[in-house]
Design a protein around this ligand. Structure first.
Ligand SMILES: [Zn+2]
Length: 109
């Protein structure tokens, strides 16, 4: 059987020596961590709901932040077949998929 009075006495001594954090109940820390994770997840869900999509066709949509990231990279991209700059998202996707711009893809066959 545990001597709770003795434990409490120890805790008081530890608290005196090392500060109040040292005697925090581990479960209270766990709850704080859980709460923090919960809030993070909630924030993520909220951001996902607020995500703005750009439709590149009727059934393909891409988050706008990714479109914007692609826009930032577009200056560096050139179609290896016709040497034209990749400036449309359509071309960019086609470059990734087929290794050329959309126009080359359409005219190659
Ligand atoms: Zn091309």
């Amino acid at each position: 059987m545990k001597d709770w009075n003795l434990i409490a006495k120890f805790e008081k001594e530890i608290e005196k020596q090392y500060g109040p954090e040292s005697v925090l109940n581990p479960s209270s820390l766990w709850n704080e961590e859980k709460e923090r994770l919960y809030l993070e997840q909630k924030q993520e869900q909220k951001q996902r709901k607020q995500e703005v999509y750009e439709y590149i066709s009727d059934n393909i949509k891409i988050p706008k932040r990714i479109v914007e990231r692609t826009e930032q990279n577009k200056k560096n991209k050139v179609c290896p077949k016709c040497n034209s700059y990749i400036y449309k998202l359509n071309d960019d996707i086609n470059l990734l998929k087929n290794g050329c711009c959309y126009r080359c893809f359409l005219t190659k066959g």
